[in-house]
Structure formats: C-alpha cells, structure tokens
Design a protein around this ligand. Structure first.
Ligand code: HEC
Ligand code: HEC
Length: 268
C-alpha cells in the first residue's frame, strides 16, 4: 500500500479516524467550553460567550466590557492586632454611650439582648469594631444589622466598641468547668482538624479577634455556625471559622450553642 492511497479520504479507515477525531474534539469543546461553564451560577459564566471566555482563561476585563465582575464572596478588610483598641478613653466611652441609644432596641439596654441578637456587653472592643466595619463594607451581611452600620464613621465605631466592651459581662451562672463542656468545645476533634473552641474563644486561651461567646443566645450561635459552614458568612480572617464549622456535625453545633448559652444540659 503506497502513502498516496493511505492518506486519502477514499481510504475508509483514514476517513473514519480523521472524522472521528474531529467529532471527539468538537464534542469535548462543546462540553468543556459551553455546557459545563454554563452550568455554573457565578457571574463570570453568565451567557455562552462569557462562559467560553471564562473556560478558556481569557482575562475577565477583556470580555466583560472592561468592568471587572465583583468576586462572589467579600472578605474582610480589617486586620486584627493584639494592640487594636486596648486603650480606650473615658471620652470615647461617653460618646459611645450616646451613640448606643440607637442600638438598645435590639441589643438591650445594657448590651444584653433579650431577643436573639448577640450580646455586646463585655465583648472585646476589637471584635465589635471589626464586625461593624465588616457590616458596613458588606463583608458580613444581615438584613437587620447591615443598615445599622451604614452611617457610622470610623470614630463612631471605635466609640461604640469602647462603650460596649466596658459594660459588665453577664454574671456566670454556671461554674466554668471542663466537665460541663461538650467534647467538641473542650477537646475539638483532631481527626477532623478542629481545634478546641476554647483555644481561641477563651477558656484555655483567647486569640485576638475571636469573640467572647459565653452567654450568647443559643439560636444566634447556632445560626452563625451554620452560616460559616455553608459559606454564607465569610468575614472570618483566613477562613478559620469556616474550616471549623464545616467539619462539625449538627449535633456538635447544637451542643456548642447550648453550652455557650449556659443551658446546663449541653452535650448531655
Ligand atoms: C434592629 C435590630 C438591631 C439594631 C437596632 C442594631 N443591631 Fe446589631 N445586630 C442585630 C442582629 C440581628 C445581629 C446579628 C446579625 C447576624 O445574625 O449576622 C447584630 C449583630 C451585631 C454585631 C456583631 C456581634 C457579634 O458578636 O458578632 C455588632 C458588633 C452589632 N450588632 C453592633 C450594633 C451597634 C453598635 C448598633 C447600634 C449602632 C446595632 N448593632 C444596632 C440587630 C440589630
Ligand atoms: C483558630 C481559632 C478558632 C477556633 C479553634 C474556633 N474559633 Fe470560632 N471564631 C474565631 C474567630 C477569629 C472568629 C471571628 C470571625 C470574624 O472575624 O468574624 C470566630 C467566630 C465565631 C463565632 C461567631 C461569634 C459572633 O459573635 O459573631 C462563633 C459562634 C464561633 N466562632 C464558635 C466557635 C465554636 C463553637 C468553636 C469550636 C467548635 C470555634 N468557634 C472554634 C476563631 C476560632
């Protein structure tokens, strides 16, 4: 058989291999560039053309009309240092007390919520300050709370943080005893890469930026853990809490929420 007769479409085998290869290439391209990308719900994939460009790795501002599409999750812009807001002046606390009048409706007269809003009394100033900035910038969102942070100036947020952090924490109704803490709080779960909550949230140690959890309403703690687990709350620096919550079972979430709310049957 000569070369000439081998590479000609009259040779059935040649025709079948060439057309077969082309067909496979077309089908893979359709799957890879059109079908799979268009199944994505993310903004850069809306529309066939965007989907094709995204899949092919074309820089986003080349095809999105020069506008960069906002990343889907907003992360926090706050950096927490151990020095943040450790010294607060009486002046700042005073201004904060006046500003706080508009917060009492939900967070209680003295920072202790009767509803299921988080308590603010005795919360670390750096935590309050960071959360307010996150609400204002949209890194953390809540239909009720977000609008409350919109018109606060940086100084307002510092003053509010100073005021609330200086209010007394709720008196401990139970002795903080490791025997009462559910295993997930006291020991975490090394196999699932969960450090004991008490390593960051107080009890064993406290890491800057980790909120004081003791006394928080169980419904609130639970809702935050679920939000972290589902990626609905993404303002935790480096995803520390998302990584913890994602690996917790629903029972552990309940037990931790009950424990921090001081419901004594926590974990039993
Ligand atoms: C209408 C009710 C309402 C008002 C008024 C309100 N908040 Fe809130 N706040 C909430 C709710 C609800 C949450 C919990 C949001 C969530 O579930 O993510 C919250 C969360 C917070 C948090 C985060 C606490 C934490 O532990 O993470 C801070 C800080 C806060 N509010 C401060 C304030 C300040 C300061 C004001 C006044 C300027 C204020 N809030 C006014 C309802 C309110
Ligand atoms: C490695 C440190 C670390 C560990 C371990 C950890 N957390 Fe956290 N947690 C944080 C930080 C930091 C935040 C604040 C995130 C932010 O900036 O919004 C947080 C926030 C939270 C919040 C939201 C509180 C609020 O007022 O908004 C809850 C609830 C919580 N953690 C529960 C837990 C529980 C329960 C465990 C143990 C199963 C745990 N955390 C383990 C660091 C940690």
């Amino acid at each position: 058989m000569s070369d000439e007769r081998l590479f000609t479409f009259r040779n059935r085998w040649f025709a079948v291999s060439v057309l077969g290869t082309i067909a496979i290439a077309v089908v893979s391209a359709l799957i890879g560039f059109v079908w799979l990308p268009s199944a994505h719900r993310d903004a850069p994939f809306t529309g066939i053309w965007n989907a094709i460009c995204s899949a092919a790795g074309v820089p986003r501002d080349w095809y999105a009309g020069g506008t960069t599409v906002e990343p889907k999750v907003k992360l926090t812009s706050v950096e927490i240092t151990p020095q943040l807001l450790v010294d607060v002046s009486a002046n700042s606390i005073g201004r904060g007390a006046t500003l706080a009048l508009r917060c009492t409706m939900c967070h209680g007269e003295r920072g202790m919520s009767d509803a299921n809003s988080p308590n603010l009394a005795g919360q670390y100033a750096s935590v309050i300050y960071k959360q307010l900035i996150d609400f204002q910038k949209g890194a953390r969102t809540n239909a009720v709370m977000s609008p409350m942070a919109m018109n606060l100036s940086d100084q307002d947020m510092r003053d509010l943080a100073a005021y609330y952090s200086n209010l007394p924490r709720p008196p401990a109704q139970r002795k903080v005893s490791d025997a009462l803490a559910p295993p997930i709080v006291a020991h975490g779960s090394p196999m699932r890469n969960i450090a004991p909550c008490a390593v960051c949230h107080g009890g064993i140690d406290s890491k800057a930026g980790s909120p004081w959890l003791d006394g928080l309403p169980a419904a609130y703690t639970k809702s935050q853990l679920i939000a972290f687990a589902r990626g609905a709350r993404t303002n935790d620096i480096d995803g520390v809490m998302r990584n913890v919550a994602r690996n917790m079972t629903p029972e552990e979430i309940d037990a931790a929420a009950m424990y921090y709310a001081r419901e004594l049957n926590a974990g039993r």
